[in-house]
Design a protein around this ligand. Sequence first.
Ligand code: CMP
Length: 139
Amino acid sequence: MATNRTFTMIKPDAFAAGNAGAITKIIEENGFTIKAMKLTKLSAERAGQFYEIHKERPFYNDLVAYMSSGSIIAMILENENAVESFRTLIGATNPAEAAEGTIRKLFATSIEANAIHGSDSDENAQIEGNFFFSDLEKF
Ligand code: CMP
């Protein structure tokens, strides 16, 4: 059954470019409520753990280096059918294929530096949220 929460990260490229505020505004304007938010920076070890599922992929090492290269903002978001509706809002992984008006179409610069992450399932939303927020019961 779909839950009403998802997890997102504004990635280093988008944060460094000063787009965190604009992206957060779009998220809120599209009906998502921010339940938790944290500005942080991942070590290479932590980035590797977060993307463990991609360990065998050819882009894994670059992805870990990139995701630990600068500040990120982690958030728990709430909305109806949150996982699916958020993935629609952010657009395709590759910005070249992302629909007009999506966050990646607006702000991503490459398939790697693609501005924002969105969980791909309810189960992963919970795992990823717990990865950043140890005190979720408060929110
Ligand atoms: P994300 O949705 O956070 O999940 C995995 C990330 O790996 C993805 O966004 C991209 O940043 C990156 N990624 C996925 N596919 C590729 C690829 N073919 N080449 C480089 N990076 C990729």
